[in-house]
Design a protein around this ligand. Structure first.
Ligand code: CA
Length: 247
């Protein structure tokens, strides 16, 4: 009889299995939770990354556009939208912008009276940047009608190697003689020597500081600093948006 008695010390194999299964369930549960938490964290990290990337693609909004007092402006005075390039004649990316983005901007908007365009000097490449800026400002003060031709000639003259010195007083005078009709070259050379246009260059530097320009070129459309001056589609979209807002 005792044989048939259930012995508490020998639980049914089934019961043992159930206990084992409960044990393993207890091990599995934290694993599931950990997986869920890690997956959740990953989703969160990806979402934050995408949000920050989206933020980086947004223009930086300033309280006002740069003042164009005393600046060379191309296009109709009545153009409702203003585009400002902060550039440097010594900067290779500015040359690329001048040759690849500017012509599209000119054809699509400046020539159609929708945008007026201004250029502000940035002196990120040392003495040569300063000298080229002084030359451009000197041409602008005496022969404003020839400014844009001279501006373009400076970018065209930029050396293919960034390190080679191409901005010299002689070269600047040579370019002025070629691209600025009626220029008094001796006067121009004297002005370069005396840094006559320095106040205008300093006025530009004040704008560079005010608008926290850190890269050249930097492009503003009205009061919006673009995150990527080479993204022409974004330039178009922002201009269209600003044209709409100006209606
Ligand atoms: Ca200027």
């Amino acid at each position: 009889m005792a044989k048939n008695k259930k012995s508490p010390s020998h639980p049914k194999p089934h019961a043992q299995k159930a206990k084992n299964s409960a044990k393993s369930k207890n091990h599995v549960r934290p694993l599931i939770w950990m997986t869920v938490i890690i997956a959740g964290l990953l989703v969160l990290v990806v979402a934050i990354h995408q949000f920050l990337q989206g933020q980086a693609r947004q223009p930086v909004k300033h309280s006002e556009p740069p003042s164009l007092d005393g600046q060379p402006v191309l296009g109709s005075d009545n153009a409702p939208v203003m585009v400002v390039e902060f550039g440097d004649y010594k900067c290779p990316s500015c040359k690329v912008w001048e040759e690849h983005i500017f012509p599209r901007l000119k054809e699509d908007y400046i020539d159609k009276g929708k945008v007026r365009f201004a250029f502000i000097n940035v002196l990120f490449h040392g003495e040569e940047s300063k000298l080229a800026s002084l030359a451009a400002e000197s041409v602008f003060s005496r022969h404003p009608e020839a400014f844009w031709a001279y501006h373009q000639a400076l970018f065209e003259a930029q050396a293919s190697s960034h390190d080679s010195r191409w901005v010299t007083k002689e070269r600047l005078a040579e370019l002025a003689e070629k691209h600025v009709p009626d220029i008094d070259v001796e006067m121009f050379k004297k002005e370069l020597e005396r840094e006559t246009a320095l106040p205008s260059v300093h006025a530009d530097t004040a704008l560079v500081e005010k608008f926290q320009v850190e890269l050249t070129p930097s492009v503003m459309i009205n009061n919006l600093m673009l995150p990527d001056p080479f993204d022409y589609e974004a330039i178009q979209a922002t201009i269209e948006q600003q044209l709409e807002a100006a209606k």
